[in-house]
Design a protein around this ligand. Structure first.
Ligand code: AMP
Length: 380
């Protein structure tokens, strides 16, 4: 066990690292952040910030030597350099978990090989015949780049034959995964934690509403039948066990109209849809990450209140017609509400589509929390 006072290192300095730093320092740990870009959200609240590329093995090794355990908050950290730091400190989760989940082809194959339900897919190399692949999977389908995709970046829906030329143009020369289009009833997600002693806890399942491929609202409890919740929870637990997780992992699911639960994506870190846990659970996903990687007992995942989380993107700022920043969102209106908690990530520059913060609304039930959340968001 790594006692409070030990040093946790985190690769990646975004908002997930920042909220991890908040949780870690509350428990008396020290936190060091490694992030290529200066002035990052996590570095601002950490004991130490190192700015160097992930491929700089000397800088990475020096960082690792200064930490008792290292984790990551960003799945696009290249896995190869991490193999080198394993000899210097504990890396949790293991680099192989990152390697499997950061590439859609490998992730899909892993799901298939381990018997997890997922959308039918085909893989294509950079020089493959994409048109033939689209025909093989069938239209409608979704074409996704194999590497470095998140928040819908690097993907295109092919709803009819007429969309095929656009897909060929967009993905020319890229390895891709072609997935059957799932006409889902809704999307849900789970954050699962597993400790080194193999204890597992799954946070309450969130129902997620995306807008332009970016998470907009997470609603908890999810408004789905109990059987669906049970299936999602069981799958999340099984994924954590089969991938030999030590840490936390987000699992995104599609719920089909017939009540089947398919795994869409895995993220070996805390998850945007788990931010509600800070304000509405006995233990937050970030504290759970600290507990899991430091070998402490996992915390209770009890939901204290129905809750809705709303992402605040740069879009919420005032913009002039020619695209110039013209003013802040109306924080006063939000902060005047007694059932709202606001979290801002300290990012210097708002941009359209950039995650700048989030707020949560608690209420007596999920429907009411969702209704209020939409109203408060519109007033921003
Ligand atoms: P991803 O980056 O794979 O998580 O995809 C982002 C979002 O695109 C998902 O949350 C879905 O809303 C949508 N999407 C992705 N894949 C599919 C699919 N195979 N069928 C239908 N919608 C999809």
């Amino acid at each position: 066990m790594l006692s409070p006072g030990s040093t946790i290192g985190v690769l990646g300095g975004g908002q997930l690292g920042r909220m991890l730093a908040h949780a870690a320092t509350r428990l008396g740990y020290r936190i060091h952040v490694y992030e290529p870009q200066a002035n990052c959200p996590a570095g601002a609240v950490a004991h130490q910030e190192v700015n160097a590329p992930y491929e700089d093995l000397a800088a990475l090794a020096a960082f690792a030597r200064g930490c008792d355990v290292v984790t990551y908050e960003f799945e696009n950290v290249p896995a190869a350099p991490l193999k080198h730091i394993e000899a210097l400190t504990q890396l949790r989760p293991h680099w192989s978990v990152l390697e499997t989940t950061q590439n859609r082809s490998r992730e899909k194959r892993w799901l298939r090989d381990h018997g997890f339900p997922h959308a039918r897919f085909a893989e294509f190399a950079a020089d493959g015949d994409l048109a033939a692949g689209i025909r093989e999977v069938g239209v409608p389908c979704v074409v996704k780049t194999a590497d470095f995709g998140y928040d819908g970046k690097g993907q295109l829906k092919v709803m009819t034959e007429a969309d095929v030329p656009a897909a060929l143009k967009k993905f020319a020369g890229h390895p891709v995964v072609i997935e059957q289009f799932v006409d889902f009833a809704c999307e849900v997600s789970a954050v699962v934690a597993r400790s080194a002693s193999a204890a597992v806890r799954v946070f309450p399942i969130a129902e997620n509403i995306h807008t332009n491929h970016i998470l907009d609202f997470s609603i908890v409890p999810a408004r789905v039948p109990a059987e669906v919740l049970a299936k999602a929870e069981k799958l999340a637990r099984l994924v954590a066990e089969k991938i030999d997780l030590v840490g936390v992992l987000g699992v995104e699911f599609f719920v089909t109209k017939s009540g089947d639960v398919l795994i869409n994506e895995l993220a070996p870190r805390t998850h945007n849809s788990g931010h509600y846990t800070i304000d509405a659970c006995m233990t937050s996903q970030f504290e759970q990450q600290v507990r899991a990687i430091c070998g402490l007992p996992l915390g209770a995942v009890t939901l204290l209140s129905p809750v809705v989380m709303v992402n605040i993107l740069g879009d919420a700022w005032k913009w002039s017609a020619d695209g110039k920043l013209a003013g802040d969102p109306n924080w006063d209106a939000l902060l005047a509400q007694p059932n709202v908690r606001l979290h801002l990530y300290g990012k210097e520059e708002p941009r359209i589509g950039r995650k700048m913060g989030h707020f949560t609304v608690t209420a007596r039930d999920a429907e009411m929390a969702f209704e209020l959340a939409q109203k408060y968001k519109a007033r921003l």
